[in-house]
Design a protein around this ligand. Structure first.
Ligand code: ACO
Length: 357
């Protein structure tokens, strides 16, 4: 038995290939560095969904289709209870989209990501929601709705676009597997994405970037990096933003995001501080785990990028979900096409009945 299923192959996919030994990520035949910072999120949604929907708009029409869907979902903005965190609020948003398997449902779910994330994050700050502008790109409108950064801030929109592309799909990670299991029951795309979001929320998966910033803040100065990390590891804590189930070398997404951060103004000092922490963390992890390679993962630079874009820490996991919605939906459709219910076995290790003894 493999409790973490690490050696189990549970799907064939045409969507993405994660090569953990070489540190490569390929999306439908394209290396990550051919896509991140070069093509828009809308184009990557089109790339991932091609062949899975009969009425998929042309690539050039995806921006307008998503813009229209953002307006539709904003018109149905739910009330988010005040005590909910951003992920819990986004889960409510996805849950009030009617289930189905067609392109309209898929577009509404991807549109719901930024619209409801922005509304939920602003509500946590006591601010009113900002209505979408369907003429903007998904990334530019997301920033506008979330932070009020105007649509004429092309550097910021380009950085968020590169982020959404970078994290759009990543093999059979925990949230994608959850989405595929639900899709295999024919429950529908809304149900599959809610399962994906719920799995993403945990700190061992997409919940790490907020705590990465908490760690950077707690360390405070470069000189404090080594003693702080030593103390954390000695008390059994995991360093957020390091280690990965598949990668045994540096996560290629970390460098794609670093390249996007470098292009933003006023990030040099913060980046240099973070790099000092990263280097101390890698040294300490290597010393404590000489036989298990623990490298920087996507979440470390996610935290720095989203911070540089002035996105509130509490919304980081939702912003991750906004990109990954594209991948969850593609995987759900791919799983549905196999027609096979996912239903593994367990081994009973509880008490035996008298009859069996
Ligand atoms: N900090 C300290 N020690 C670590 C870390 C870490 N970040 N990651 C792994 N280890 C240690 C474990 O404690 C374990 O030590 P042991 O053998 O002495 O018990 C050893 O390395 C192997 O760890 P596993 O639990 O087998 O690694 P696994 O593949 O299950 O975990 C995971 C991968 C969950 C990402 C892990 O590295 C981790 O917890 N990282 C921190 C959280 C994080 O960054 N999450 C985001 C991941 S990226 C993503 O999902 C988008």
């Amino acid at each position: 038995m493999d409790a973490g299923l690490e050696n189990v192959v549970a799907a064939e996919t045409v969507l993405s290939d994660v090569d953990g030994a070489a540190g490569r990520l390929v999306l439908r035949g394209h290396e990550l560095n051919e896509l991140a910072g070069r093509v828009s999120f809308e184009e990557v949604v089109h790339l991932l969904w091609s062949g899975f929907f009969k009425d998929l708009p042309e690539a050039a029409g995806m921006q307008a289709a998503l813009g229209k869907a953002r307006v539709e979902v904003f018109a149905r903005l739910p009330t988010f209870p005040a005590d909910l965190g951003a992920v819990e609020a986004l889960r409510i948003g996805l849950a009030h989209i009617a289930d189905g398997d067609d392109i309209e449902v898929a577009l509404r779910l991807v549109a719901a990501g930024p619209v409801y994330t922005a509304a939920a994050a602003r509500r946590m700050q006591g601010r009113a929601p900002v209505a979408p502008d369907p003429t903007l790109s998904h990334a530019a409108d997301f920033l506008r709705m979330l932070t009020g950064i105007p649509a004429n801030a092309p550097d910021a929109a380009a950085a968020l676009d590169a982020y959404l592309v970078t994290i759009a799909d990543h093999g059979l990670n925990a949230s994608t597997f959850a989405a595929r299991v639900v899709a295999s029951t024919q429950a529908g795309l809304a149900s599959a994405t809610i399962a994906g979001l719920s799995a993403l929320k945990g700190p061992l998966h997409g919940g790490a970037p907020g705590p990465v910033l908490d760690m950077i803040d707690a360390i405070g100065t470069p000189a404090n990096a080594e003693p702080w990390i030593d103390a954390a590891l000695t008390s059994g804590d995991r360093l957020m933003g390091f280690g990965h189930r598949v990668y045994r070398v540096r996560d290629p997404r970390a460098d794609a995001l670093k390249a996007a951060i470098v292009k933003l103004p006023k990030t040099t000092g913060r980046l240099a501080f973070a790099e000092a922490i990263e280097s101390a963390a890698l040294n300490k992890l290597a010393a404590r785990h000489p036989t298990r390679k623990l490298e920087t993962n996507v979440e470390f630079y996610t935290a720095l990028l989203l911070e540089a874009l002035q996105i509130p820490r509490a919304a980081f996991t939702c912003v991750f979900a906004c990109g990954r919605l594209a991948g969850w939906i593609a995987h759900a459709r791919e799983q549905l096409a196999t027609g096979r219910l996912v239903r593994p076995q367990s081994v009973y290790v509880g008490p035996r009945t008298r009859a069996a003894a």
